[in-house]
Design a binder for this molecule. Sequence first.
Ligand SMILES: *Cc1c(COP(=O)(O)O)cnc(C)c1O
Length: 360
Amino acid sequence: MSRAHIFNAGPAILPLEVLEQAQKELVDFAGTGMSIMEHSHRGKAYAAVHDEAVANISKLLGLTDDYQVLFLQGGASLQFSQIPLNLLPAGAVADYVNTGTWASKAIKEAKKVGQINILADTSKEIPTNMPDFDALPYTPGAAYVHITSNETIAGTQIKKFPKTEAPLIADMSSDILSRPFDITQFGAIYAGAQKNLGPSGVTLVVIRKDLIERAPETLPTMLQYRTQAKENSLYNTPPTFGIYILMLVSRWLLAKGGAAGIAAINEAKASKLYAAIDGSNGFYRGTAVPAFRSNMNVTWRLPTEDLEALFVKEAIANNMIGLKGHRSVGGIRASIYNACPMESIDALIAFMADFQKRNG
Ligand SMILES: *Cc1c(COP(=O)(O)O)cnc(C)c1O
């Protein structure tokens, strides 16, 4: 088997070790004679998986007792609604920062629920950019402040999280557990699993326990955080296989030295790739303002759209998958999440140099 160099934005690459472990025990989990998929979500075998997933995520994020881990469904996209439904009461205001496509989607949904205030809008800026989060006009008494830690499409990333008076809530779908941060600065964080944590179908929500109780009891049961919080995410059938893979990924992350360990690797990968872009005499042009360049989604352009199309086509022929930029912005995007190995970065850089030599 020749494994592809996977630069997909999401669903994204998983650690090969995790896939091999899952393969090894796919039909017979821990000598039970059954796949983990065939176990009851109330049984002992699955309980051990579920509890280890919660424990590992807690450890990796450095959670205190004030926070709860939830495994939900509906993707990060449902959180765009669930956050305001639970945390934005009538008469209150929530602050949002519009940094791009994903923040815009969160804003669109929150507007359907309640009153929101846009603190800054950099979503249309080229090169793609983010505001100075320490200098935003936060609303006194806001219900919460919502940010997007990494704009997957624009290739921008918040480098330093603000300290806000209102609970800070972050969509961390595309950079969760890629670097250490202080969870106590946050009221809640959430992420679809399919970029840095596992397969699609699981959404990780980490929420401060006092916020869980803010939801109106009239909200549909499945939309209240308290429903799954009370039952350790086992109120109804959870996505057991997805949580199992997420658990294996969390083990893999712990073995890499946790958030700090993987951050050093991510930094090395991203800086190598940005150096290749910057060192190309303008043939490759990074599309994000350098101060906010993402270590997860690296975006750049070539001199013409025809060359970009050729670049993507030849990359595929060289076993490099997923480099076409998002349809809304074009260009090239390499998503180099936690599981993307340095060998794939090296292969991409070698291909870029060769492509430039032939077309520059
Ligand atoms: C991918 C992504 C989403 C959407 O996630 P779904 O799980 O597909 O709903 C939301 N926010 C960000 C930042 C993303 O990268």
